[in-house]
Write a protein that binds this ligand. Structure first.
Ligand code: GDP
Length: 693
């Protein structure tokens, strides 16, 4: 593939960082494909049904038909550079969606004109709103039987409370869909055929559409004028407002999230994509428009500030760190300051990622998105900047994992591949953690949701060829203590030959929730020689990791070793390590241990008719309802619910609401598990609660 010669002299206002946002099946992949084709970056149109598209390059995405990774692709349209940041369509990948929404300046939301606004569209639309991402909408699939452009706009207005308004009108529909009328210029655009790259021409509006165009142009003009005082006056006085004035005001209104222009098209039949690209450059914000709001000076000569928003392992170049530069210039081969981690990092090569080639560049300027090779410790959400002008851009918070599952590799070589695979995968996804269970020898992976773990396991098997058996997802309970206690740990074996002698006295006390663990030594007078304190701590930590009550890690605990004894000959590190572990067990058993469980903050959005059922169902799940209020014309219920009760919720909420209610959840905090449930968990854990000697 030829290396694209890049025009490097793009002024900032000629850059657009956008996402194509859609729910599954609306046509995001096909639309992205067409955009890449029309912007000259792909030479052969990929066909999603054959699984050969550019953005969905992961095998697994092809199979599931969903997009999981956010790659960034650079393209060009009419003197503008458009960076397309891939946004996942699936709600379970909240971390992915959030991190991609943070770095894009505007979005094209793809709607399915043949089925109106579906529940998943509501979800992505709401997510975009949360980050005030200016949007234009593309009503796709106008060629499909039942396609209804105005109906789709109406449902966007009704269901989303969005100020969606027709920007153009379809000419013909279903099999006869052949073009669009631009309401501002009042010109018809007709495509001469269905095939990729079909020519199109501008022509006069046909007589049968004149009235319809008049009505909808009037609506659009009124809507635009309503956002601008000067235009409003002209409008009310019946004065002519010219197209330039209207476009200028519409740009301001779109950027302020006051209007969402809607365009008709059919990506599959190659119609309507080019006018949509024109709207991207005309109405969606440049980095300048957006960063002006945040107070960062988006100039190449300003000090560097940049955000790492995605780490991806590329089969050809290794680890890529996707970076959005907010101000200044990022240079290849230079050192940058990672202000989040407070370390210096060397940037190796910088790559602009095109659809099917990558281009090496020396510098990336404010407003640009690049992939860097060679950063070692920079993770998603870290800020890179100039050491003399440190700044921390608002980071992305990744909560502790709340769900885990066990993996057992089949053979020794699978074990090795597993280690490598998990290392790589956890680098890409900051909410994904790995640890190994010392006792069972199993590897435990943990994350934020069932689907996330499922996808990771899949990738591990396919991309890294690890054969392994995988357990059921488990809630990440933790153990903690509720009162102070003391315990004695004695490991003494003195029968013939060299013996073992380790002995310590421990005091434990509860720490506030979320505080983690502490360890301290208050041994005086040499009761235990100093070199044996670290082994005691090691024994304590190992026991804390293994758990005492039911095999879950012990947290929010302070351990103090305050006394003990030793033997000149028989004492050893190992003996004190065992003593530490025994001492902790004994103390914990006197400290009224409890289990604590992750409590999720669940937000359900539902049409009013299902509200009663949904609240009833939540109440049966030990939920605490925090609020229930109207948002637009939907009801939003916010509740705290134990994760253990949320298993299979995606399915049950669908059947309760005919697929119309949606939900998000995120881990909020840990709370004690009720007594009766604790008893069951302890019983099935195989932990007896006895102190092992
Ligand atoms: P995504 O899940 O949002 O990425 O959607 P895809 O681009 O994979 O499209 C889903 C399905 O709809 C595929 O079978 C496409 O061929 C089909 N499709 C996409 N756009 C159109 C369109 O404009 N018209 C018709 N008839 N089908 C389309």
């Amino acid at each position: 593939m030829a290396i694209q010669k890049t025009k490097r002299d793009f002024p900032l206002d000629h850059i657009r960082n956008i996402g194509i946002i859609a729910h599954i099946d609306a046509g995001k992949t096909t639309t992205t494909e067409r955009i890449l084709f029309y912007t000259g970056k792909t030479y052969k149109i990929g066909n999603i049904d054959e699984g050969t598209t550019v953005t969905d390059w992961m095998e697994q995405e092809k199979e599931r038909g969903i997009t999981i990774v956010s790659a960034a692709i650079t393209t060009f349209w009419k003197d503008f550079r458009i960076n397309i940041i891939d946004t996942p369509g699936h709600v379970d990948f909240t971390a992915e969606v959030e991190r991609s929404l943070r770095v894009l300046d505007g979005g094209v939301i793809v709607l399915d004109a043949s089925s109106g606004v579906q529940s998943q569209t509501e979800t992505v639309w709401r997510q975009a709103n949360k980050y005030s991402v200016p949007l234009i909408a593309f009503a796709n699939k106008m060629d499909v039987v039942g396609a209804d452009f105005l109906g789709t706009i109406q449902s966007a207005r009704d269901k989303l409370g969005a100020n969606a308004i027709a920007y153009n009108l379809p000419i013909g529909k279903e099999n006869d869909f052949k073009g669009v009328v631009d309401l501002l210029t009042q010109k018809a655009i007709i495509w001469e055929g269905d095939e990729t790259g079909a020519k199109f021409h501008e022509t006069e509006i046909s007589a049968d559409m004149v009235d319809l165009v008049k009505i909808h142009r009037e609506k659009l003009v009124e809507e635009i004028s309503g956002t601008d005082d000067v235009l409003m006056e002209k409008f009310l006085e019946g004065q002519e407002i010219n197209v330039e004035e209207l476009k200028k005001a519409l740009r301001v209104a779109v950027i302020a999230n006051k209007i969402v222009p809607v365009l008709a098209g059919s990506s599959l039949r190659n119609k309507g994509v080019q006018p949509m690209l024109d709207c991207v450059v005309e109405y969606l914000p440049s980095p300048q428009d957006v960063t002006a709001l945040s107070g960062i000076d988006p100039l190449p000569q300003s000090p560097l500030s940049a955000l790492a928003f995605k780490i991806q392992v590329d089969p050809h170049v290794g680890k890529l760190t996707y970076i959005r530069v907010y101000s200044g210039t990022l240079k290849s081969g230079s050192y940058v300051y990672n202000s989040t981690k407070q370390i210096k990092e060397r940037v190796g090569r910088l790559l602009l990622m095109h659809a099917n080639d990558r281009e090496e560049i020396d510098e990336a300027y404010a407003g640009e998105i690049v992939a860097a090779v060679g950063l070692k410790d920079t993770k998603t959400g870290d800020t890179l900047c100039d050491e003399t002008n440190p700044i921390i851009l608002e980071s992305i918070n990744f909560p502790d994992p709340v769900i885990s599952l066990a993996i057992e590799p089949k053979t020794k070589s699978d074990q090795e591949r597993l280690g490598y695979a998990l290392n790589r995968l956890s680098e890409e996804d900051p909410t994904f953690r790995v640890k190994s269970d010392q006792e069972t020898g199993q590897t435990i992976i943990a994350g934020m949701g069932e689907l996330q773990l499922e996808v990771l396991v899949d990738r591990m098997k396919r991309e890294f060829k690890v054969e392994a058996s995988v357990g059921q997802p488990q809630v990440a309970y933790k153990e903690t203590i509720t009162k102070e206690a003391e315990g004695e740990g004695k490991y003494i074996r003195q029968t013939g030959g060299r013996g073992q002698y380790g002995h310590c006295l421990l005091r434990i006390e509860p720490l506030p929730r979320g505080q983690g663990r502490e360890f301290e030594s208050k041994v005086v007078g040499g009761a235990i020689p100093r070199e044996f304190i670290p082994p005691i701590e090691k024994g304590v930590i190992e026991k804390e990791d293994t758990g005492i009550l039911a095999g879950y890690p012990v947290t929010d605990i302070k351990v103090t070793v305050f006394d003990g004894s030793f033997h000149d000959v028989d004492s050893s590190e190992i003996a004190f390590k065992i003593a530490g572990s025994l001492g902790l067990s004994e103390a914990c058993k006197k400290a009224d241990m409890i289990l604590i469980e992750p409590i999720m903050k669940v937000e359900v959005t539902t049409p009013e008719e299902f509200l009663g059922d949904i609240i009833g169902d939540l109440s049966s799940k030990r939920a605490q309802i925090l609020s229930s209020e109207a948002r637009g014309n939907a009801k939003v219920v916010i509740a705290l619910v134990p994760l253990a009760e949320m298993h299979g919720y995606a399915t049950s909420i669908r059947s309760m609401s005919q697929g119309r209610a949606t939900y998000y959840m995120e881990a909020d905090h840990y709370e004690p598990v009720p007594q009766n449930i604790t008893a069951k968990i302890v019983e099935s854990s195989g932990f007896t609660g006895r102190v092992e000697h």
